[in-house]
Write a protein that binds this ligand. Sequence first.
Ligand code: NAP
Length: 307
Amino acid sequence: MAEIIDGNAIAEEIKSELKAEIAQMRAKGRAPGVATLLVGDDYGAKMYRRQVERTAAEIGLAYRDVSLPAEATLADVVGGMHALNQDPTVHGILPLRPLPKGMPEAPVLEAIDPAKDIDCLHAINAGRLSLGQPVVYPATPWACYVLLERFFAHKGLDPKAAFEGKDLVIVGRSNIVGKPAYFLALERNATATTVHSFTSRAGALPAHTRRADILIVAMGKAEFITAEMVKPGAIVVDVGINMKPVLDDAGQPVLDDRGRPKRKTVGDVAFDEVREVAGAITPVPGGVGSVTNMLLMRNVVQAAGRA
Ligand code: NAP
């Protein structure tokens, strides 16, 4: 039975460290600040904004919100970004996605001052990461490695040696998770492989995942990775966040108080069966997501330190 890698506990550790660092910075009159830029009223983006605001308040970061209506033009959004770039109280900027339908993402991301880019979204920062000269790490893939490094360290293992030469397979190649996760694996001297939908179409996905000593899954497909796709004893990191209907024993949807189907959050890994074969596994929720938020804040503090 796999050990559970407790993302909530690790996020709490990082949170206490950040609180102490921020208190010291404030005592020296250098209060770090974070801002979000929201365009339109996407539910997920608004939830994310609230989360950033709440976490900032908890750890002592100043917070600024810029919200623009869904009808805003690209020029309005780029203008909003430039205003945040020029605000000396803001050290880190997070554009909330998705942007309204039809608005191109690239010019918005390119408008962030690279020095205030806290999620490695700007091409300059993404390019530096790919060259092995990182200035800022993208929070979600970084969270996968921080979780593992702290997990290994708590077990008394050398977090460096735990990656070196190991077969590390990443399922997914998105710009925000899979691709940077590959560069972070190389940085740790793992033998890294990226697989994606064409690997699946070629029928080769299980052969790759079964080889992995460390398996990072970021595909956005609920409970796709099953026990037979995982090597016994492997370490499994599940990045996926998917909503799934709750069913009763007869396979019928369970309804909430208002008569709507109940839903639960699941990852890309079939947790109950994979934990039977894996050596360690991150849960969803309570795994990568919890640590991601804290690492975004860590990037704000680092940006403020550099400013
Ligand atoms: P994405 O942009 O949709 O990318 C999904 C990747 O999975 C693509 O590279 C795709 O391959 C690959 N894929 C899809 N189906 C596949 C299959 N059957 N076999 C093999 N590969 C397959 O998603 P994302 O933004 O990377 O997010 C992935 C998941 O992580 C989502 O559930 C998302 O909600 C979650 N997420 C979590 C956090 C967090 O903080 N915990 C943050 C961001 C995202 P192709 O490139 O060939 O299409």
